[in-house]
Design a protein around this ligand. Structure first.
Ligand code: NAP
Length: 214
């Protein structure tokens, strides 16, 4: 909601797209990074956005977004301080992608595990919702697809947290959320992403998303 604060852990494409996007909707966003100097100039030129450490972003407002490389999530939570997330809604946009080798990415792990579950286990006092991980950063706020915008796939264990997530998504231009269950379903939302990359390569676009039809 306008005037609210959101801490975004991650200064890559996702962190910056989300921060600038929510700021357009009147939020105050703080981007967390190991190297604030690296993105300070960008933040100075982006109204509503400030930069700090991962710990400062984790403690900023009631909502946090996790938007860091999938293989460093644990390290970033250590740097942020897991206790700072207590009672907060944590939107987990991360994917456990393995870019080793040629060709499109594979999963570092999956089928019986996921980053969503690991994050919820590391942050037992936070309410984790998997969100944003199945679309490109350019579409995360005010999405514009050639076809109708589908609802965002989400999952998480706390119904109130998912309801709040849907409110936020609607405010950011999404038609709503498509709830696929508890946080365990993150293993399937994360597994969609290597498929999403292969579909994008075939279509020659990254401005696509999965929709459910019947
Ligand atoms: N790119 C997309 O369109 C997209 C879409 C959906 C989901 N995702 C997922 O969102 C997450 C972020 O993606 P991204 O494309 O924005 O960028 P990224 O390159 O995957 O992640 C950048 C962030 O990771 C942090 N990081 C990298 N190595 C680190 C280390 N050794 N220790 C601590 N932090 C480290 C960086 O910290 P510093 O700020 O300190 O450099 C930076 O904040 C990923 O999990 C990705 O799979 C991406």
């Amino acid at each position: 909601m306008a005037g609210e604060r959101i801490g975004i852990l991650g200064s890559g494409d996702v962190g910056r797209a989300l921060a600038a996007g929510v700021a357009r909707h009147g939020w105050e966003a703080r981007v967390g990074t190991r190297s604030p100097g690296k993105v300070q100039r960008w933040a100075d030129g982006t109204e509503g956005v400030s930069v700090g450490s991962f710990a400062e972003a984790a403690g900023y407002g009631d909502v946090a977004v996790l938007a860091v490389r999938g293989d460093v999530v644990d390290a970033v939570l250590d740097l942020a301080g897991p206790e700072r997330f207590a009672g907060r809604l944590v939107l987990d946009a991360t994917n456990p992608l393995d870019f080793a080798g040629d060709g499109p990415p594979h999963l570092l792990f999956g089928a019986t595990d996921s980053l969503g579950e690991r994050v919820q286990a590391r942050l037992p006092d936070a309410r984790v919702v998997k969100c944003f991980n199945t679309v490109s950063n350019a579409q995360m706020v005010d999405p514009e697809f050639a076809d109708d915008t589908p609802p965002m796939f989400v999952c998480g264990d706390d119904p109130d947290a998912k309801a709040r997530t849907e409110q936020i998504l609607v405010e950011l231009g999404w038609p709503g959320a498509f709830d696929v269950g508890g946080i365990e379903s993150a293993r399937y939302l994360e597994a969609l992403v290597p498929l999403w990359v292969r579909v994008g390569a075939e279509l020659d676009t990254w401005e696509h998303a999965f929709a459910v039809v019947r």
